[in-house]
Design a protein around this ligand. Structure first.
Ligand code: C5P
Length: 241
């Protein structure tokens, strides 16, 4: 898949209620952003809200991070395939990716594989029973997912350069853990600024609290868009902003 038609900035609408998410989406209207809906909203009427956003022509990212036995994943993805969302996440376990790609079929829905959550470091990976550290696990899952026909991968900016170098160009890299200079990392452990992440190889940036929690979310989004305007990937893995 190519990321050209989809905005580079994805805003996570991580709000407790649909009216609050609606208000944030309204404040961001007119900006070139994709809106991401996750578990918090999906389970409180968020899917109806998503349908309204799609009818209004807003690009939407369903961050449902599916992971189940293959048949359940395949049928779940099939149920969403023609909903009109731009992106849907699944965990990038090989069985799950293969099932999701089968369920997506020829629909325009783009499947993104979450390699290793950006809230995890090597210590967390070991505690979860992973045999390898984060970097090796991300590389292995990404290669498997690309071979299975995934449309894109969710990874930390710190892995983007290596993944960009090893993956086919059609596989998009979607990067959360983005923190404009001076903003709090919160529970994210592998963070970069917007410009750093684009230079490292990110095609799309996912930003939540730095926009949703700002006094003026539209101004915060515009500042990020300005920061990345004209910025593109550089080959060096240790790109500086
Ligand atoms: O508030 P913040 O910018 O940390 O939000 C990041 C968003 O990206 C959240 O909605 C989170 O669920 C999502 N995400 C992530 N790490 C992943 C996949 C998605 O942080 N690996």
């Amino acid at each position: 898949m190519s990321g050209e038609a989809v905005p580079r900035l994805i805003v996570a609408l991580d709000m407790p209620t649909v009216p609050e998410a609606e208000a944030l989406a309204e404040r961001l209207a007119g900006l070139p952003v994709c809106l991401k809906i996750g578990h918090q909203l999906a389970y409180t009427g968020g899917l109806d809200f998503v349908a309204r956003l799609i009818r209004a022509g807003r690009p939407v990212f369903l961050d449902l991070k599916l992971h189940d036995i293959p048949r359940t994943v395949e049928e779940g993805v099939r149920s969403l395939a023609d909903f009109g969302a731009t992106f849907l996440t699944v965990h990038a376990y090989p069985q799950t990716v293969r099932a999701a790609v089968a369920g997506r079929g020829n629909s325009p829905l783009r499947i993104l594989g979450v390699t290793v959550l950006t809230s995890m470091d090597d210590h967390d990976a070991a505690a979860a029973g992973y045999r390898e550290g984060v970097a090796a696990t991300v590389a292995a899952r990404a290669a498997d997912a690309a071979a299975a026909g995934i449309d894109g991968l969710v990874c930390a900016a710190t892995e983007a350069a290596d993944l960009r170098a090893s993956l086919p160009p059609g596989v998009s890299l979607v990067v959360p853990g983005i923190r404009p200079a001076g903003s709090a990392a919160g529970d994210q452990k592998r963070v970069m600024t917007p410009a750093q992440a684009i230079r490292a190889g990110a095609d799309h940036l996912v930003v939540g609290r730095p926009i949703a929690g700002a006094a003026d979310p539209a101004a915060a989004a515009r500042a990020i868009l300005a920061e990345i305007e004209g910025v593109s990937r550089v080959a060096a893995p240790d790109a500086k902003p």
